[in-house]
Design a protein around this ligand. Structure first.
Ligand SMILES: [Zn+2]
Length: 78
């Protein structure tokens, strides 16, 4: 299995290969880091939850083609 995109936010991830078949991949966006060895994937560093949420919302927006519409100004009572 190849990890080419961050499973959390879909960003392209950077892979560094090491001796012994180890590959360390990391995502610049959310800071997540994984270690690949043969068919095993181990998460080394947990991605930043807030960044992942934001990135996911962005991906969703791009996919659905919905543009952020500025909310109508609400009149303040009193
Ligand atoms: Zn990521």
């Amino acid at each position: 299995m190849t990890l080419r995109q961050c499973p959390y936010d879909g960003s392209p991830i950077i892979a560094d290969a090491y001796a012994g078949g180890f590959v360390v991949v990391h995502c610049d966006r959310c800071g997540g880091q994984w270690e690949l060895h043969n068919a095993l994937i181990r998460r080394v560093r947990t991605p930043d939850a807030e960044t992942v949420q934001r990135a996911r919302a962005e991906v969703e927006r791009r996919r659905t083609g919905i543009r952020a519409v500025p909310a109508p100004a609400e009149q303040q009572a009193g």
